[in-house]
Design a protein around this ligand. Sequence first.
Ligand SMILES: Cc1cc2nc3c(=O)[nH]c(=O)nc-3n(C[C@H](O)[C@H](O)[C@H](O)COP(=O)(O)OP(=O)(O)OC[C@H]3O[C@@H](n4cnc5c(N)ncnc54)[C@H](O)[C@@H]3O)c2cc1C
Length: 330
Amino acid sequence: MITEKLDAVVIGAGPVGLACALEIQRQGLTVAVVDKGALVNSLVGYPTQMEFFSTPELLEIGGHPFPMASYKPHREDALDYYQRVATAERLDLRLYERVTGLRGQAGDFVVETTKGELAARAVVVATGFFDVPNRLNIPGEDLPNVNHYFKEPYAHAGQDVVVVGAKNSSAKAALSLTRAGARVTLVVRGPEVAEAVKYWIRPDLLNRIKEGRITAYFNTTIDAFTPTTVEVNTPDGPRSIKADYVYALTGYRPDYKLLVDMLALPLDETDDARPPIFDVTTHETARPGVYVAGTVCGGLATSRWFIENGRHHAQLIAAALVTKKQPQLA
Ligand SMILES: Cc1cc2nc3c(=O)[nH]c(=O)nc-3n(C[C@H](O)[C@H](O)[C@H](O)COP(=O)(O)OP(=O)(O)OC[C@H]3O[C@@H](n4cnc5c(N)ncnc54)[C@H](O)[C@@H]3O)c2cc1C
């Protein structure tokens, strides 16, 4: 059943989607936020007690203060903060409702979801990047002991755990698993722990490797996962690494099925990252009436836009929507 036409539907109740909705609402426009999962679903999926690299004021949206006694917020602080903001702003949230398609054109869209249809003049896509892991496409990747998401370390005390990758997520997972009593082996395709790993995490990891608490294989590729091992090729030849559990933390990518097949957003194929084509002053895409915000704007370059800088897309989009609506109000 189609509801009364909204000025905008925001797809994605992440930090940036929420920022967009509240700025649009502050312009006197009607807006609903649709998310396939929970409120700030990506953050719900982050590791428990994960510490953000940003200080709290850089994660604030809508000018709502994020007061904290400590220097950096943890996942739970941020979950609490965004929930409080959404409640204070009385946002119209449609949670656990997945967007599956978009018909119509600017001024007259129908957003198709798993629970029905929503009519809207404009659509804002703020769907992030955390739902589709970068797969290694090797045998055994779908075994139950291989996971692309690290949640918490304590289930692995006394186990042999292989962590694949050498960026922030892998580094943090390897350290917390080690401290929770797991025997950790790090498997890295490149020659070293990435230089981009945060300056307070990298030395910690390098020292744990140096003292032998974490075993690390560099310049190493993986042939297969089995229920009990990871089969690798090291510079010294093939090896079978004992593994009760594997965290393949090789990054994530936006959902291109959603962007291209369901929302019909043209991509910039001249950019290796294949971002949606959009006007940087308004964030309107090459499909008129559809806007992009947050991490999804970078395509495969998932670190181009994050909460700190992506939250500012909200004001640009809200201003563009209100400007477009002016003639109808006159
Ligand atoms: C471990 C980790 C730590 C991080 N730390 C920081 C940090 O300290 N500072 C910082 O600025 N950034 C940080 N980031 C990056 C930051 O979290 C993301 O950039 C941020 O979540 C982007 O916000 P977003 O609103 O664009 O997307 P997201 O938060 O990913 O939200 C997208 C939402 O869209 C929903 N969605 C997707 N598809 C559909 C669909 N078909 N229908 C309906 N809903 C859909 C998802 O369920 C999700 O809730 C971190 C990322 C990770 C992984």
